[in-house]
Design a protein around this ligand. Structure first.
Ligand SMILES: Nc1nc2c(ncn2[C@@H]2O[C@H](COP(=O)(O)OP(=O)(O)OP(=O)(O)O)[C@@H](O)[C@H]2O)c(=O)[nH]1
Ligand SMILES: [Mg+2]
Length: 229
């Protein structure tokens, strides 16, 4: 038991030092890192695509690292919406870890994008414990998955700066109760900012982009980059 605890401690310490490396080196070139987490199919890829279109309209560069257990489908979907994208195939691992991102650091430092979105593997449990060097955490709660996900998976929503209520264009047809969702969110994550978004109609995409810019300006890493640029 003692050995197991020591091993876990060692692995977490290593992951934390890799996360620190990612955060500090990317902040030094002016890149803000955003970790996007939610259930499979709740709209991460589609929302990042729409958001990237919006951010690039204003002259910002956007890179994406996208994690999935298998396939490069998401990278293929994102490629025409972003400046740079790489697919991380985790071969069954249910979350991303900083060691999986570190090999892309030289390319990212050369590109120095304004924003790096990390699309985590679709999962509401395992990604929570892994710091990927992000300055912002964004969760998605889709109208199609039920309003009580924040109550069932509080840790994920509690650690997020922004919660996107995604697929808002489908709210009526699936009888999604915004009040119920907001009540659960208020109970577990009173400090998360909530934004309703449809990647299909683009409702809320500009507001989400603005919220990210605002959190970015308050975050330590980004302040460093702003004062240096
Ligand atoms: N109507 C509607 N459909 C959406 C919206 N966002 C995503 N979808 C659809 O929902 C499905 C899943 O969306 P994705 O963006 O692939 O979801 P994801 O969270 O990236 O999924 P994983 O990467 O598998 O975890 C796709 O068929 C999308 O076209 C939206 O805002 N409105
Ligand atoms: Mg996806």
């Amino acid at each position: 038991m003692k050995q197991l605890i020591e091993l876990e401690d060692h692995i977490l310490k290593k992951a934390n030092s890799e996360a620190l490396l990612l955060r500090e080196t990317l902040a030094n070139v002016g890149t803000l890192v955003i970790n996007v987490m939610s259930s499979p199919g709740s709209g991460k890829t589609e929302t990042i695509s729409a958001l990237s279109d919006e951010l690039r309209l204003h002259g910002d560069t956007v890179a994406v690292l996208v994690g999935d257990c298998a396939t490069d489908h998401d990278a293929q979907r994102l490629v025409s919406h972003v400046d740079w994208v790489e697919q991380i195939v985790t071969k069954g691992v249910c979350h991303l870890e900083p060691r999986m991102l570190v090999p892309y650091l030289p390319e990212l430092l050369a590109l120095a994008p304004r924003y790096l979105f990390i699309e985590n593997v679709g999962n509401l449990v395992c990604p929570v414990d892994f710091d990927l060097g992000e300055s912002i955490r964004v969760s998605l709660l889709s109208t199609t998955e039920g309003e009580d996900k924040p109550a069932k998976y509080p840790d994920l929503f509690r650690t997020c700066d922004i919660t996107v209520i995604s697929k808002i264009d489908l709210a009526e047809v699936v009888e999604f109760s915004e009040l119920r969702a907001r009540t659960f969110l208020d109970q577990v994550a009173p400090n998360t900012k909530t934004i309703k978004v449809s990647a299909r109609t683009k409702e809320g995409v500009a507001e989400l982009a603005q919220a990210i810019r605002e959190v970015a300006q308050r975050s330590r890493g980004f302040e460093t980059s702003i004062t240096e640029s």
